[in-house]
Ligand binder design. Structure first.
Ligand SMILES: [Zn+2]
Length: 168
């Protein structure tokens, strides 16, 4: 899923835990499992979101959408850096580990990885996310190549923002 979606979910998570748990150190302890669970849930929904396999530099829709999520991710990270850094960090930590540590280590050790991340070995957290997805969300339609797939992703942002603004 796009970084901005994980950031919004992290802001939601931290606001929720802070509202429910009055003990500061416990808030931070709960952010790690909460962030991992939310990452499973959000990446579990990837099939109904616009994620074409290859870059489409000729397609204005593809370019526009990726510009929005890139600029949006930076803006959200910067604006909410101080109050919600740890929420965003823990919601994103699975991607940091898999794509920022495990995959470069594999490259260094010359481990051949399949092209499809769904077929990555078990020591990738995303392997388990793939299993979770096929177990719980296999009924969802595949919109990865469909433009309408931006709607569910924007709906996740809106849901996170609405809950934080209205209830927390
Ligand atoms: Zn992920």
């Amino acid at each position: 899923m796009q970084s901005i979606t994980h950031f919004f979910s992290g802001i939601f998570l931290m606001a929720l835990v802070q509202a429910l748990v009055p003990v500061t150190w416990l808030v931070y302890v709960l952010l790690l499992p909460g962030g991992i669970l939310l990452h499973f849930l959000i990446d579990g929904l990837v099939d109904i979101t616009y994620h074409p396999k290859t870059a489409r530099m000729q397609d204005p829709f593809w370019k526009g959408w990726h510009l929005i999520v890139l600029v949006g991710s930076i803006v959200v990270a910067v604006v909410f850096w101080v109050p919600y850094f740890w929420g965003m960090f823990f919601a994103y930590v699975v991607d940091i580990v898999d794509w920022g540590i495990t995959r470069p280590v594999c490259a260094l050790k010359k481990v051949q990885l399949p092209e499809d991340p769904n077929l990555y070995p078990r020591y990738f957290v995303h392997y388990w996310i793939g299993r979770f997805r096929s177990r719980c969300f296999s009924f969802l339609p595949d919109w990865k190549e469909k433009r309408r797939g931006v709607v569910p992703e924007i709906a996740i942002w809106a849901a996170c923002v609405l809950v934080v603004v209205s209830f927390l």
